[in-house]
Ligand binder design. Structure first.
Ligand code: ATP
Ligand code: PRP
Length: 282
């Protein structure tokens, strides 16, 4: 698990999965109070190594860090947060507009492996063969490199684009779209626990993706209404005291919720209620 940008979302995910723990301040390890596991809080870039070497059975970090580390782990689940892009950025007022123009130049990045792989492909050489482009490592504040004359371009993560803009840079290509992922050791010490944690996390992700929609409707409109709210397997339809009416309950995708409510109403549904799902197994 991660200490910085991903930390809060990781903790929320664990809470949602009912993985309980108390973390004393400044301690990097916390024992789970309701499962026989220890949680270790590590920098995002170190997590792939710990999991790759089997020291930790599972980890949560950006897939950018996993690919940069070149470790042999299972990339098990996209956790759908921490989304950003690893992009090639050049000075706005400079002469470079395409990655091809950077061949033979100096590129600065914290992601030297991914940058090197990109230029190997661009230069048409075998992986591991020498390339004309020079790739330099810088651990932080990479965006200052061009202005300070350390490099001609940088490869760095972009989320809002504000850092890039403030540094007078713009992106000319994307090397990787990334987000936080669950990674699993190829030899976990307790595979059965890994399975439990995976299915709990899947439950939280599904709960985030769906809401529960309940409504009352004239029975005659059911065929049309159920096309809008078919449910995952099938919608639950219950009779009401008024025999002409039914109550419907179905999971719907959160992203379509507003549109579906509008259409249900247009078709004569009433008392449309939408509920958050705090957890589920589907
Ligand atoms: N705007 C962003 N900038 C950098 N990383 C981001 C951004 N948005 C999401 N991420 C993800 O977060 C990961 C880095 O996490 P973070 O910055 O928390 O690292 P850390 O080393 O654990 O913490 P810190 O840098 O605070 O010590 C990246 O690898 C990427 O997957
Ligand atoms: O597109 P934005 O939303 O502006 O985010 C991107 C910036 O955030 C990260 O840096 P971070 O703040 O982690 O500091 P660092 O430069 O020391 O890595 C990343 O390296 C970019 O510089």
């Amino acid at each position: 698990m991660d200490l910085g940008r991903l930390y809060e979302k990781c903790v929320n995910l664990l809470k949602g999965s009912d993985i309980q723990f108390n973390r004393s301040s400044r301690l990097d390890i916390a024992l789970c109070t309701n499962l026989p596991i220890a949680l270790i809080f590590l920098p995002a870039a170190d997590i792939p190594t710990f999991v790759g070497e089997g020291r930790c059975s599972i980890g949560i970090t950006g897939v950018d860090q996993v690919k940069e580390s070149d470790v042999d782990v299972e990339i098990a689940m996209d956790l759908l947060f921490g989304k950003c892009k690893l992009q090639i950025q050049v000075p706005e007022n400079g002469s470079y507009q395409t990655p091809q123009q950077l061949v033979g130049k100096t590129i600065v990045s914290s992601f030297t492996r991914l940058t090197t792989q990109f230029f190997e492909k661009l230069e048409g050489v075998e992986p591991g063969s020498p390339i004309k482009t020079k790739v330099k490592f810088v651990g932080g504040s990479v965006e200052a490199s061009c202005a300070l004359g350390v490099g001609d371009a940088i490869v760095d993560l972009v989320e809002s684009g504000e850092t890039m803009k403030a540094a007078g840079l713009y992106a000319i290509d994307t090397i990787l779209d990334t987000s936080a992922h669950l990674i699993v050791s190829k030899n976990p010490s307790h595979p059965e626990l890994v399975k439990v944690i995976k299915s709990r996390l899947e439950g939280v992700l599904a709960a985030q993706k769906y809401v529960l929609c309940n409504y009352n409707a004239p029975r005659s409109m059911l065929p049309k209404l159920l096309k809008l709210t078919p449910g995952r397997r099938a919608a639950t339809v219950s009779p009401l005291d008024d025999g002409e009416w039914v109550a419907v309950s179905a999971m719907v995708e959160r992203k379509s919720m507003g549109q579906i409510m509008d259409q249900l109403q247009d078709l004569g549904a009433s008392d449309i209620l939408v509920f958050e799902i705090s957890n589920c197994r589907v």
